[in-house]
Design a protein around this ligand. Structure first.
Ligand code: PLP
Length: 445
């Protein structure tokens, strides 16, 4: 800690340690690795809501890793549990039952809505979504699936095909069987309507896509309750229940991708889809599930999981890993003690109020949206034209970084700020972040 710098010194941050890492990054890692900031920030250690880079510069991590460090960096309880488990047994594979593995599945069954009960643990959100697609097809006997435009689902062939932003798709990796419906993007409604007089016209598009681009029977539809990489697009009330009716009418199941919205992130509820009173047949989760340890999970109603028995062996070498599951069990325990969905809701209200006040005074804030501690700010050239302004986002990024605040960005046009601090963020830390944002928006005008 004693080598930490103050935020006003941070313009000189790129020292020799950073340069060495960046040189090796360039030489030995694929160029496809996207790095935030003009001068990327190699992190060295983390504690709670704070991280410190290799030059000793300290930042408030208001992106929560990448919505991963649900209860802050290196929470002592997680460090202890992981250390104890690593000293006992690091690896078992899914070939052997393990206490942590079954206990975590039991715990998750007690948190998820409806009849969701049976888990299959993997290592990432991509794998969780891939397995969900397989399960929907196996259960329904149908092949085609729907997803939403602007969605993001991962790095594999299925993940990239489910994804509906050209920048994240790779042509050679596109597979057949997926169609995309209009997303409920009220701020830029493609029908130029407004809620509620629109009568959820975008939900009706799901039926039209099924009728016009599929053979009329579908395996299901995968949706993010709030689109994450898409820029925290938050559907209006009633949207998902209308969609679920249509999907089930055509033989499909609902798959809620809770990779970003899960585990209390949206406040008041453990999972995002619960805000829309829909009980999906399949739910996927990753990111915040284990506070940064690699883990994905696909949880289904018993009928779905049971229908897959006899359809081919499944194995996941690192699935249900004893150390990752120890981390996840500890993470959930800490959330229950320190950051329950109700606590997150209350903190989200404070953050949202402050962001709306910034928005009222700034010409470049088009919309503030999201739920709980998942808040987005869509940045535009001006409120009237609504023209996306990714270059202003880049400016905000550099300015906030210099003032010691790390944030995220996303959106189809790269013009939405994503603010997702750890769920254990304190009121003082929220104030600190708001102070920096106020200063930066004031400088931008
Ligand atoms: C909603 C959603 N689904 C799936 C994924 C893929 O997860 P992973 O990067 O762990 O493979 C992501 C990653 O950002 C995501 O945001």
């Amino acid at each position: 800690m004693n080598k930490e710098r103050t935020s006003c010194e941070q313009t000189q941050a790129e020292g020799s340690a950073t340069r060495k890492i960046l040189a090796k990054q360039k030489e030995f890692l694929w160029p496809g690795h996207i790095l935030y900031y003009k001068k990327p920030v190699p992190l060295d250690y983390g504690c709670g809501s704070w991280v410190t880079d290799v030059e000793g510069v300290r930042y408030l991590d208001f992106f929560g890793g990448i919505l991963t460090t649900s209860v802050g960096h290196n929470h002592p309880k997680i460090v202890d549990r992981v250390g104890a488990q690593a000293g006992k047994l690091i690896h078992s594979s899914t070939l052997y039952p393990h206490e942590n593995h079954v206990s975590l599945a039991e715990k998750i069954a007690s948190m998820t809505p409806g009849k969701l009960q049976k888990s299959y643990f993997t290592n990432s959100g991509t794998e969780a979504d891939e397995l969900a697609v397989m399960a929907a097809r196996g259960y329904t006997g149908n092949y085609e699936l729907l997803a939403l435009r602007h969605g993001y689902s991962g790095n594999s062939a299925v993940g990239k095909t489910l994804t509906a932003q050209s920048a994240w798709r790779v042509e050679s990796n596109i597979v057949p069987g997926f169609k995309h419906a209009i997303n409920p993007y009220c701020y830029r409604c493609p029908y130029k309507m407004s809620y509620p007089s629109c009568d959820l016209a975008c939900a009706q598009d799901v039926e039209e896509v099924i009728q016009t681009t599929t053979c009329g029977r579908i395996a299901g539809m995968l949706v993010e309750p709030i689109q994450g990489v898409g820029g925290f697009i938050t559907p209006p009330p009633g949207y998902f229940s209308r969609v679920a009716e249509i999907v089930r009418h055509y033989g499909g199941v609902m798959i809620a991708d809770e990779v970003q919205t899960g585990f209390g992130r949206t406040g008041s509820k453990w999972f995002g889809i619960e805000h829309w009173q829909v009980e999906p047949e399949i739910m996927t989760m990753a990111k915040g599930i284990a506070n940064g340890f690699p883990m994905g999970n696909t949880v289904t109603i018993p009928e779905v999981a049971d229908s897959l028995a006899g359809q081919g062996h499944l194995i996941c070498t690192f699935g249900g890993n004893p150390v990752s599951t120890a981390a996840s069990l500890a993470t959930i325990e800490i959330m229950e003690e320190e950051a329950s969905p109700d606590v997150v809701h209350a903190k989200g209200v404070i953050l949202r109020k402050a962001l709306e006040s910034i928005g009222e005074n700034s010409r470049v804030v088009g919309e503030v949206r999201g739920m709980g501690l998942m808040q987005g700010i869509e940045i535009v050239v001006d409120k009237k034209s609504k023209t996306p302004a990714p270059e202003v986002v880049d400016e905000i990024f550099e300015k906030t970084r210099l003032k010691g605040l790390l944030i995220g960005k996303g959106g189809m046009y790269g013009n939405t700020l994503r603010l997702t601090p750890p769920l254990t963020i304190t009121d003082d830390e929220i104030d600190t972040a708001i102070g920096v944002l106020q200063e930066v928006f004031c400088e931008i005008g």
